[in-house]
Design a protein around this ligand. Structure first.
Ligand code: NAP
Length: 277
């Protein structure tokens, strides 16, 4: 079945009901008067490949991929961008007219764009960046920071072996700190990034001491529920520049929307409001 001339896109995950992507893409479709649709799709791991191979036949031009399928789609795609290979996961699929499935990871792009907007005076070359956490999101953040020219990444994770794995994947510009000593990274950092899930409603707060932070350092959190986490609240009290995580979610969606619907969308106050609705 096809719906002629009406491009379809969506987001695949499990669970999917919490996703903010439908509100976001529908806001842009309406704003730009594009006759497309964006739908959330709950898909189990065992059905993933069959669903992805069927969607292009139904008029889909691409999809976002979220937890837990970001790694698995790498095996299904015909073409994978270098940054997705480096990160080891993809969040955006493009169904090309020649039948090929193209996979990309735009999380790092979204992270950097959010920083540029929220902390326009931060420069990647200003000094080391302290990264807390070594999960999937950390991989995207670290890849983008190294690519942007950050001289050194100071990395700490509760499970040290995961941080060591990142060092072996990303190389010498990473220095690992034990989780109990994560506060020691702050003395040198001009940027601090929380990529752990701590700080999220119901997860407990991130309790890393910030005392060593230089005034003017930038602190950003990938967690965006709540928008102002305890980490950002404390950093703000210390005179740091803070950037919340919602902007990353909005900016990572831009390349996909542009490829699928042919219009590069703006991220502004109205976009934030639409995602929070
Ligand atoms: P993940 O792969 O599951 O990694 C979770 C990370 O949190 C790991 O480093 C884990 O440490 C750490 N962690 C979890 N519970 C902890 C605890 N009690 N104490 C210390 N560390 C703990 O998840 P992810 O995909 O990287 O996502 C991480 C966070 O980023 C989530 O909150 C997610 O919603 C957010 N995120 C936001 C955006 C955005 O657009 N703003 C995009 C992607 C992700 P261990 O290795 O020791 O378990």
């Amino acid at each position: 079945m096809t719906l002629p001339n009406i491009p379809l896109a969506g987001v695949i995950g499990s669970p999917i009901s919490h996703s903010k992507s439908p509100q976001l893409h529908r806001h842009w479709l309406k704003l730009y008067g594009i006759p497309g649709h964006y739908v959330p799709m709950e898909v189990k791991t065992e059905d993933l490949e069959q669903v992805i191979r069927t969607l292009p036949k139904m008029g889909f031009v691409g999809v976002n991929i979220t937890i837990p399928h970001k790694e698995a789609v790498m095996q299904i795609a015909d073409l994978v961008t270098d940054r997705a290979i480096l990160i080891g996961a993809a969040n955006t699929l493009i169904f090309r007219k020649d039948g090929k499935i193209h996979a990309d990871n735009t999380d790092g792009y979204g992270f950097l764009e959010n920083l540029k907007t929220g902390a326009p005076n931060w420069s990647p070359r200003s000094g080391p960046a302290a990264v807390l956490g070594a999960g999937g999101a950390a991989r995207a953040v670290i890849a983008s920071l190294l690519d942007a020219g950050v001289p050194e990444i100071l990395l700490s994770n509760r499970t040290r072996v995961r941080a060591e794995k990142l060092k072996s994947d990303f190389g010498k510009r990473l220095r690992i700190f034990d989780w109990v000593q994560a506060g020691n990274m702050m003395d040198h950092a001009t940027l601090v990034v929380n990529t752990t899930s701590l700080g999220m409603i119901g997860r407990g707060d991130l309790r890393v001491p910030l005392d060593g932070l230089q005034a003017g350092a930038v602190v950003t959190d990938l967690v965006y529920t709540p928008l102002k986490t305890k980490l950002l609240e404390n950093a703000e009290e210390m005179g740091c520049v803070t950037v919340d995580g919602l902007g990353m979610l909005l900016h990572q969606a831009v390349p996909g929307f542009e490829r699928w619907f042919g219009k590069r969308p703006e991220v502004d106050r109205a976009t934030r409001a639409a995602a929070l609705r």
